[in-house]
Design a protein around this ligand. Structure first.
Ligand code: ATP
Ligand code: MG
Length: 398
């Protein structure tokens, strides 16, 4: 039955005679032992509930400090798990029924109470309350499962939508360089004799650039796929971070007109630090590329690299077109591009790659931007100190 050996009963009843009677009745029980605690006022009963655990409450609906159904609510609010059996007089059965509707398990008319009726009512009330609890729990579990399943479905839908978006954008972005290749190859073939050497070279160069663009697009898509499959794991090695940053900046400068000045500053000690070169390359290359690309009117770009005790912060600040508050919410979604990019070229994949790489690094990324004023991206990565044996090795050499 799930009932404990001794059933602890809290009787809330102001009439001493009635209370005594109930006490006597319960004493007569042979198959089940009852321990009765009696209180005359609701306030004292609530105090009892603070300090003791009861299996059941027997509640008289007329108390000196509370009348009728008003007694029920504070008890249920205090502890909704204890079953309540309401005790009534002959003339207020309506009230008792209302009490049951509001959460009491049962009601007993005082004059009709016998040992059998009382014990049965108590035991049933406890059982029913337990079943109610189990049912509630089962319901909650079910609701949770439905919710989880809905989220899974929504994710699958989102993924499907993303996939079709992916395919349409990819085919568009592949078609452009393919057209360039086709056109250049056709011109080289048809008018080979009439072209100067320089013209020929320029068509070959266009073909090479188109192939490079396609190659880069492919590797970015592959990288995103790898990250989504959870396969993007960092691989730490020693790296001269200053030289590495300078190389990225140098190659970015080569590929765009030098209208911007990039000012790099390093703070703190970073020697011997371990890095994942590939992840870091994607992060810095994309953020710097954006800073240059979205500053069409020129302006300085500040790159601050700050080593702290446990983290390294990379701050890339530009004075470009900026990003609206609304767009900032979507920046890291694949293929998202803000409205103000106008004819600045891009696929909208860069920042989603940056985010995946920062996540793989277990770092954080923040953006702070104002339309027309400029943008600051801050990436915080955990420091990867060389392992102890390496430090000891270098100490021995000293
Ligand atoms: P690509 O895939 O070639 O990098 P993209 O630069 O458009 O294309 P993201 O790097 O992902 O794509 O950037 C997404 C969008 O965020 C950009 O299209 C642009 O609207 C906005 N954005 C990113 N960086 C900046 C910045 N520094 N200043 C202003 N807008 C920016
Ligand atoms: Mg970009």
């Amino acid at each position: 039955m799930g009932l404990t050996n001794v059933i602890k009963v809290l009787l809330i009843e102001d009439a001493p005679a009635e209370a005594r009677l109930l006490h006597e009745v319960l004493k007569g029980a042979t198959r089940q032992e009852f321990h009765l605690v009696h209180e005359k006022r609701l306030k004292d009963a609530l105090n009892q509930l603070e300090t003791q655990i009861f299996d059941i409450i027997l509640l008289d609906l007329t108390l000196p400090d509370s009348e009728g159904l008003d007694s029920l609510t504070p008890i249920i609010n205090h502890n909704s798990h204890i079953p309540i059996v309401v005790l009534t007089n002959m003339n207020d059965e309506e009230l008792a029924l209302e009490a049951v509707r509001r959460g009491a398990q049962d009601y007993l008319v005082k004059r009709h109470i016998t040992l059998d009726i009382l014990v049965r009512s108590i035991c049933y009330a406890i059982e029913r309350k337990q079943m109610e609890k189990q049912l509630k729990k089962a319901n909650q579990d079910l609701e949770k499962r439905v919710e989880e399943r809905t989220i899974q479905l929504l994710k699958a839908q989102e993924l499907n939508q993303l996939k079709s978006e992916f395919v349409s954008i990819l085919s568009h972005d592949f078609r452009n360089p393919l057209n360039t290749i086709l056109l250049s190859a056709g011109l080289l073939e048809d008018s080979h004799d009439q072209l100067t050497r320089d013209q020929q070279l320029s068509y070959f160069q266009m073909i090479r650039q188109a192939v490079q663009d396609m190659n880069q697009l492919l590797s970015e898509v592959l990288l995103l796929g790898k990250a989504d499959a959870g396969k993007l794991k960092p691989n730490f090695n020693e790296l001269d971070i200053k030289q590495f940053c300078q190389q990225i900046i140098y190659s970015l400068h080569l590929s765009c007109e030098e209208k911007n000045q990039i000012m790099v500053s390093f703070k703190g000690e970073l020697q011997g630090e371990l890095w994942d070169e590939k992840l870091l390359w994607h992060i810095l290359q994309n953020l710097l590329n954006n800073a240059l690309k979205y500053s069409p009117q020129g302006g300085k770009i500040y790159v601050d690299i700050i080593a702290q005790e446990k983290t390294v912060t990379f701050r890339i600040q530009d004075q470009g077109i900026g990003i609206s508050q609304e767009s900032q919410k979507h920046l890291f979604e694949p293929f998202y591009r803000a409205d103000n990019v106008e004819n600045i070229a891009g696929t909208g994949l860069g920042l989603s790659i940056v985010r995946k790489c920062v996540e793989a690094y277990q770092g954080q990324i923040f953006v702070d931007s104002q339309l027309g004023k400029g943008t600051t991206f801050t990436v915080i990565l955990p420091r990867q100190q060389p392992v102890m044996s390496k430090i000891e090795e270098s100490m021995e050499q000293i």
